[in-house]
Structure formats: structure tokens, C-alpha cells
Write a protein that binds this ligand. Structure first.
Ligand SMILES: [Zn+2]
Length: 237
């Protein structure tokens, strides 16, 4: 095998490795994001349900107080008929007005709680739906992550071994050039000639260079991007 073939092999191994890395790179982050969103919704749901219980208790308490105030008013009204002077009459009226005022306030408060209850019930319902979707999504992603990690772990190990073997076949000076170009060109150091253009940067390659690359007898780098060029036979790949 000649040098360009070894370089092609090395490039294909390196590209597969970086694919594995970038694929896995995104998944754990996504799983973490979903998990923290799930925790947040669970906490909010708990708070919402707690508040709903509290509202229920509060509304019952207000209802009782309103009823007892109304009873008091009734009994005060009965007393109105029994008083024998204006002073007593006025005092009872003041007390009745005071109770009416406090009933008004309690009724307003009750309405506000009722409004809050209806909004919160709606919110809790939609959060429960959200949570269900999220939990399904999360468990799907988590199992995908686990199987991908297991699979790609094996694959990665195999590729790394192949990589070491392949690098052993390539002279050190050429390896250094490969590494330098790969580093400068987002991991892509070896590209095919596509018709009469560099597949890496699209620059056109002069016919005599194309002919030279086709013979596979030596190495040539693209004049524009510096990547190693190889000829891809149409009947292969
Ligand atoms: Zn190029």
C-alpha cells in the first residue's frame, strides 16, 4: 500500500471517531437538560398542589366566618326591636354595619381565592401533561444514550486500535503533516478530487495535477487548502 492509501484510511478512522464523539457529545447534555426541567416541573407541581389544598382550607374557613357573621347580624337585628333608646339602637346599627363590611371583605377575598384556584388548577393540569411528555422523552433519550454509549464505546475502542495500527504504517514526517493539516482544517486532512475540484475547499485542480493524482503514484496537496488529494474510483464506494 502506498502513502496516500494509508492517509485515506487514517482519515476515515479519524472521521468516524470524531463522529462518535460529536454524536455522544450532544446526548448527555440533552438528557441533563431534560432532567433538570423535569425536576423543576415536579417541584412547581408540588407547590401548586400544596397551594390548592391551602386555598380549599382557606375558602372553607371564610365560608364559616361569613355564615357566623350573618347569624350575628340576624340576632342583632332581632335586638333592634327590643331596644328602648336611640343610643342603644345606634350602637347596634354600628355593630351591624361593621359586620356587613367585614362580610364584604371576606366575600371579595373568597372571590380572589376562587379566581386563583381556577387558574392554578388549569396550570397544574397543563404541567402534569408537560411532565408526562417530558418523562417519556427523557426515558427515550436516556435509553438511546445508554445503548449508543455501549455501542460506540466498543466501536471507539476498535477504531482507536485501528488508528494506532494505521499510524504505525505512516512515516513520522508525513504523520506530522497530516496532523497539522487536520488541526487547521476541522479534522479533514485528506479529500478526494471531485471531477476537477478539491472536495475540501472546492478549488479547481489543473488537469495535469488531476492526472497525477489519478495515477496514485505520489502525494499532492491542494494549492488552496493544503489538504492531501486522492482519486476516488467511480466503481468503488
Ligand atoms: Zn482544497
Amino acid at each position: 500500500m502506498n502513502s496516500i492509501h494509508h492517509l485515506q484510511e487514517l482519515q476515515s478512522i479519524d472521521s468516524s471517531l470524531s463522529e462518535i464523539r460529536s454524536y455522544l457529545g450532544d446526548l448527555p447534555v440533552k438528557v441533563d437538560e431534560l432532567k433538570s426541567k423535569e425536576t423543576q416541573i415536579i417541584n412547581e407541581l408540588e407547590d401548586g398542589k400544596e397551594r390548592l389544598k391551602h386555598i380549599e382550607v382557606e375558602m372553607n374557613k371564610i365560608e364559616l366566618e361569613i355564615n357566623s357573621s350573618k347569624e350575628k347580624i340576624d340576632s342583632l337585628k332581632d335586638q333592634l326591636f327590643k331596644v328602648n333608646n336611640n343610643r342603644q339602637y345606634d350602637a347596634l346599627m354600628v355593630e351591624i354595619d361593621h359586620l356587613k363590611e367585614s362580610i364584604d371583605k371576606m366575600e371579595t377575598n373568597e372571590l380572589e381565592l376562587l379566581e386563583e384556584k381556577s387558574q392554578l388548577t388549569e396550570k397544574v393540569k397543563s404541567q402534569e401533561e408537560n411532565l408526562e411528555t417530558l418523562t417519556t422523552d427523557l426515558s427515550e433519550r436516556r435509553s438511546k444514550l445508554e445503548s449508543t454509549m455501549a455501542k460506540s464505546g466498543d466501536q471507539k475502542e476498535k477504531l482507536e486500535e485501528e488508528r494506532t495500527n494505521q499510524r504505525d504504517e505512516i512515516p513520522q514526517s508525513l504523520l506530522s503533516r497530516y496532523d497539522r493539516i487536520a488541526q487547521a482544517r476541522k479534522g479533514l486532512a485528506v479529500v478526494s478530487v471531485n471531477g476537477s475540484a478539491c472536495d475540501g475547499c472546492g478549488a479547481s485542480i489543473p488537469p495535469q495535477i488531476v492526472a497525477y493524482v489519478r495515477t496514485k503514484s505520489g502525494l499532492h496537496n491542494c494549492d488552496v487548502c493544503g489538504r492531501f488529494l486522492f482519486w476516488k474510483d467511480k466503481n468503488l464506494n
